[in-house]
Design a protein around this ligand. Structure first.
Ligand SMILES: NC(=O)c1ccc[n+]([C@@H]2O[C@H](COP(=O)([O-])OP(=O)(O)OC[C@H]3O[C@@H](n4cnc5c(N)ncnc54)[C@H](OP(=O)(O)O)[C@@H]3O)[C@@H](O)[C@H]2O)c1
Length: 320
């Protein structure tokens, strides 16, 4: 397992970050706990969650219900300091007018809710889940600076931001002497490479840590889906994951077949190949892996040190 500094911070994080969106949503508490402990045993020290993750994502309740944070909080009792804990704020958490977004009001309420659910008195990395065009950025950054100064949070990061949005935030932080976002969390995988245009070069230039989500395209890059209408019983698509449907295009099924051939030629599984491709991108600090079974963790850890040759990089680039 490789460990890297998160952006310009002094914090060492594993190149595999454990994503916990499945906890309390597609897998129960016992299965979640098994995966979390296994990840820690195998050297993963970086855990990503969000106040929003939980049952609410798939039910009639149109807001987050916090089960993922609660499960992690119970599992980490007595072991909190062994991990770098990242969570998020910004998506709707209740019916009320001010129960979503990045206003001072919502951030101040949700930081305390997250601390309570996670049973800790500090969050290592507090991330805004997405850009909020209805809240002044100055207000968001001032509130985030306050939660750092109060000791509730150690570093701040953003998710789903464009390069210009981070640049704008950095400019405001610089001018107002506030904490800066040290990392960004975008979607990145072999089937979704938009961030190569602007975001990755920007982050490399400015030293912003990049922890990418969905490195296996929500499971599409495991090869378990053979067609739009074929979801294996234990898969997320069968359990109601909606966003994976966006990957079910004719072109993607064709690409998956080609990447599978290259993976087989290199004697690794397609999931490992896809994850390793992401990890071999110089701008990427960590890949957030969504494990729903213990072997997903082992597969990820086993491939995390594979350094690609220039020939293999070229071969993968030539697939289209
Ligand atoms: N900031 C954001 O907006 C945002 C959005 C999405 C996710 N995230 C974060 O990123 C994390 C990861 O996202 P993701 O779950 O979409 O990532 P992913 O790693 O692309 O997909 C995970 C899925 O791939 C399948 N998989 C993983 N390893 C496998 C293996 N070795 N063999 C076969 N199948 C394998 C599993 O599908 P099955 O469960 O179907 O078996 C698993 O649930 C989340 O948990 C969350 O922390 C953040």
């Amino acid at each position: 397992m490789q460990y890297k500094k998160l952006g310009k911070t002094g914090l060492d994080v594993s190149s595999i970050c454990l994503g916990t969106m499945a906890f309390g949503r597609w897998i129960d508490e016992e299965a979640s706990q098994t995966i979390l402990y296994q990840a820690m045993e195998e050297g993963i020290n970086f855990i990503d969650t969000a106040n929003y993750y939980g049952k609410g994502q798939d039910t009639e309740v149109p807001y987050g219900t916090g089960e993922s944070e609660e499960i992690i909080g119970r599992a980490l009792k007595g072991r909190r300091d062994e991990v770098v804990l990242a969570t998020k704020v910004g998506i709707r958490m209740g019916h009320g007018m001010n129960e979503s977004g990045l206003s001072r009001s919502h951030i101040m309420k949700e930081i305390d809710n997250s601390l309570q659910r996670l049973q800790t008195d500090y969050i290592d990395l507090y991330q805004v889940h997405l850009f909020d065009q209805n809240a002044p950025l100055e207000e968001t950054l001032r509130a985030l600076d306050d939660v750092v100064r109060s000791g509730k949070v150690r570093y701040i990061g953003c998710s789903n931001y464009a390069a210009w949005q981070i640049m704008k935030a950095h400019g405001i932080s610089e001018k107002m002497n506030l904490e800066k976002y040290v990392s960004v969390q975008p979607q990145y995988n072999l089937l979704s490479r938009e961030i190569e245009q602007e975001l990755l070069p920007f982050c490399e230039s400015e030293g912003v840590g990049v922890m990418v989500y969905s490195p296996m395209a929500r499971g599409m890059l495991s090869g378990k889906y053979k067609s739009r209408d074929d979801a294996p019983p234990e898969s997320r698509a069968a359990k109601g994951e909606r966003l994976i449907q966006n990957y079910f295009t004719e072109r993607n099924f064709e690409l998956v077949g080609k990447y599978r051939e290259l993976a087989e030629k290199n004697e690794v599984s397609l999931s490992q190949f896809a994850l390793s491709w992401v990890l071999n991108q110089p701008a990427v600090s960590s890949a957030i892996v969504g494990a729903s079974k213990p072997y997903h963790v082992t597969d990820a850890v086993n491939i995390s040190d594979w350094k690609w040759s220039p020939e293999l990089i070229r071969e993968a680039e030539n697939i289209n």
